[in-house]
Design a binder for this molecule. Structure first.
Ligand SMILES: [Zn+2]
Length: 383
């Protein structure tokens, strides 16, 4: 940490960082006054292809072209909020349309964060993300690709990689329920099936992430060696031990839980969502105490893109220090997204993903909710 701080950017990369750096002749000087410079923020759990409103119906009612246009707007909003790198955890029924969005961003044709994408997520027949409750004659499409055993998992993954996925997202648990303070969730794949998935992804140098909220699904995922356990509402002692040992990240996604609790359709539903959030907060404290490594992901999409810096505020509110949350976001996020040593720090040789906020996020983490300067790869998007 420097005060004052200067960053010299050359092309896409950072050349020098310190209290004062070289000012080469002809360099453009941007004076951001007393604002705080930080590495671009990382959101490890997003959905560009979702927007507020009935999630399950978006697949049914909206065409993939329509959803792709919406995704480009979401990508722009996230970038303008200071998120320069994101991991998209599933198009939810838009197949591999995220490949086009990622590539257009990479080619500089549209503004957006650098992306790691997963295409559709993977799910079992009749599972958490299947289209249940419709007239069977309508043949309503599921929000995820089907795989019912290890062989089918590997086949679905290879198809997704072929179509452009960077990593694989698997639904490992759901639906969830809380009754009398007791949380339960149904698992979808066995440990052996997840292990087969992780093995084939590893063969290609890729990762597997799971939506997993509780036991025994989270234990199966930790045993199989996934890269992250997303939501991670309730973890057993053994799961937490394995996550610490194998450096498997928990991605709590508090913002979506808060949003659902505050935007429930009925008072009964609101009470259920609040009960879930309360349980999650208690469990999060145990996870911090157990040394479970954390990454920061908001699950933005079902709530408006560009507003997800709320996740930092909630992680601090529920027990982490501002510094620990920033390290979880920037350092762990860079590792989880496979950009370790390239993003997540202001250091020579790193990509020039730089943002500025008013105030000191270490004193008030809420400062991250107002990024007023955004640079990605040396290109200024907001000033
Ligand atoms: Zn999600």
């Amino acid at each position: 940490m420097f005060k004052p701080g200067e960053v010299l950017v050359q092309g896409e990369h950072i050349a020098e960082v310190g209290p004062a750096v070289k000012h080469p002749a002809g360099a453009e000087v941007i004076d951001l006054g007393d604002r705080t410079l930080l590495p671009g923020l990382i959101d490890a759990h997003i959905h560009l292809f979702l927007h507020p409103g009935a999630e399950d119906l978006q697949t049914v009612q909206e065409s993939v072209p329509e959803r792709t246009i919406m995704a480009t707007l979401g990508a722009r909003d996230d970038l303008m909020a200071g998120f320069t790198a994101e991991r998209d955890m599933g198009t939810e029924g838009a197949g591999s349309a995220d490949t086009a969005v990622r590539d257009a961003i990479d080619q500089g044709r549209i503004p957006g964060p650098r992306l790691r994408i997963s295409g559709n997520a993977i799910n079992i027949l009749g599972g958490h993300e299947d289209a249940i409750g419709y007239n069977p004659e309508q043949h309503v499409l599921a929000n995820a690709d089907y795989a019912n055993n290890a062989d089918e998992l590997v086949t679905a993954m290879r198809r997704q990689f072929k179509e452009g996925a960077d990593f694989i997202k698997i639904y490992e648990t759901g639906p969830d329920s809380v009754r009398d303070g007791k949380f339960t969730t149904i698992y979808q794949y066995t440990e052996a099936q997840l292990e087969a998935a992780v093995k084939d992804a590893t063969r290609l140098g890729r990762k597997v992430a799971v939506h997993a909220t509780g036991e025994p699904g989270t234990l199966f995922a930790a045993q199989a060696g996934v890269a992250s356990i997303d939501h991670a509402d309730q973890l057993s002692d053994e799961t937490m031990r394995l996550m610490k040992e194998k450096q498997i990240f928990a991605v709590p996604t508090f913002t979506i839980f808060e949003y659902f609790a505050e935007h429930a359709a009925t008072p009964q539903q609101a009470a259920r969502e609040h009960q879930m959030l309360d349980l999650k907060v208690e469990e999060f404290k145990k996870q911090i105490a157990a040394g479970v490594p954390m990454a920061v992901g908001s699950d933005v999409g079902p709530f408006p893109h560009g507003t997800q810096a709320r996740e930092f505020v909630l992680m601090v509110k529920y027990g982490m220090s501002p510094l620990a949350v920033l390290q979880a976001d920037l350092l762990n996020g860079a590792k989880l997204l496979g950009w370790e040593g390239q993003i997540g720090a202001l250091e020579p040789g790193y990509l020039a993903d730089v943002i500025a906020v008013t105030g000191d996020p270490l004193q008030d983490i809420g400062a991250l909710q107002n990024a007023s300067f955004v640079m990605k790869g040396g290109v200024i998007y907001k000033k």
